[in-house]
Design a protein around this ligand. Structure first.
Ligand code: PEP
Ligand code: MN
Length: 329
């Protein structure tokens, strides 16, 4: 790592003074980010975000939400605004997709995380989502970071695919500077010389960031690898390395997905992965989300039944009332 002016050396790692708000010693306690649904990032409970790359239809999303909730996920992922390399590829369903996400999230007791690309869409997306995803291509979209910083909705800030750790932390600094302290960092691989996998996962940042920042860190093995069969072992490794959560692409029919099918798990693969993760979470001193069963008999998972929001000022408060029918299993 290049030395930065004004850096101090802390446990062997240079921590520039310019990370005023995100640096580890800016806070006595580590940040725990809590979604309205009750899912937490940064505490003892690991967050498991799962769902399709893109929201394609209400049926696809409902099926995925039901399956990932039954397997023990506590946050539903799905893009309504898709950042696609080609303008001719599927671009997402926009606000219709956001409505589907909210509906499926409420039905199965899942928090909702979805990408926002355009600062002008932030106001709309926060009406539906529990967490704003800022994607790898947007990590240094400074107007977007400022707009997200002006909300109090939790932000999942992915690492830019060519961003240094310093650039990534300074992007997070923009959000905190706006007054939004609810930021979770997401390592999703960086572009390398080798194209055998889609990106190269930098797993070392998980323990490294634990030293450098008080913000929670999760891993996205799906986009890092681009190959579904490699996702389970690397998801497992991420938990053992100390990740506070995972975000994983799961699709009812990966072969026919409109985006990222090759890296998407099917339902059986995801369920098997969750079984494999439970003892590893314990090994890392953490636990998977608590499971619950909702009124129509499907298993779901959440923490919101038990916990009060806002221990360290990191919650946006409201507990969603439409999830009342869920009981802990
Ligand atoms: C996604 O999560 O579907 C996505 C586009 O991720 P990334 O920004 O990491 O490529
Ligand atoms: Mn994707």
């Amino acid at each position: 790592m290049a030395r930065v002016e004004g850096a101090s050396v802390e446990r062997g790692v240079n921590v520039p003074q310019s990370y005023r708000l995100v640096r580890r010693d800016a806070r006595a306690e580590r940040t725990v980010v809590r979604l309205r649904s009750g899912a937490t990032f940064g505490g003892d409970e690991i967050a498991i975000c799962a769902g399709p790359c893109g929201v394609e239809s209400s049926q696809q999303l409902e099926e995925a939400a039901r399956a990932v909730a039954a397997a023990g996920a506590n946050v539903l992922r799905g893009g309504a605004y898709k950042p696609r390399t080609s303008p001719y590829s599927f671009q997402g369903l926009g606000e219709e997709g956001l409505k589907m996400l909210r509906h499926a999230g409420d039905r199965y007791g899942l928090g909702v995380v979805t990408e926002v690309m355009d600062p002008r869409d932030v106001e709309r997306v926060v009406q539906y989502a529990d967490m704003l995803q800022i994607g790898t291509r947007s990590m240094q979209n400074f107007p977007l970071l400022r707009e997200a910083g002006a909300t109090r909705t939790p932000v999942l800030l992915k690492r830019g695919f060519s961003a240094t750790v310093q650039e990534w932390l300074l992007a997070a600094e923009y959000v905190l500077l706006g007054g939004n302290e609810n930021v979770v960092l997401c390592e999703r691989g960086v572009r390398s010389f080798d194209v055998v996998t889609r990106n190269m996962l930098d797993l070392a940042v998980v323990p490294l960031l634990e030293e450098m920042t008080h913000l929670p860190v999760i891993v996205d093995p799906s986009h890092a690898l681009g190959i579904a069969r490699l996702v389970p072992p690397i998801a497992a490794a991420s938990i053992v390395a100390g990740a506070h959560g995972l975000i994983i692409e799961v699709h009812p029919d990966p072969a026919n997905a409109l985006s990222d099918g090759a890296q998407s798990l099917d339902f059986a693969q995801f369920e098997e992965l969750m079984l494999r993760l439970a003892p590893l979470a314990a090994l890392a001193g953490r636990r998977l989300p608590r499971r619950a069963v909702n009124d129509d008999g499907a298993a779901a998972s959440r923490g919101y039944v038990a916990s009060e929001p806002g221990e360290n000022g990191s919650s946006d408060g409201a507990v969603r009332s439409s999830n009342k029918g869920v009981r802990l299993a």
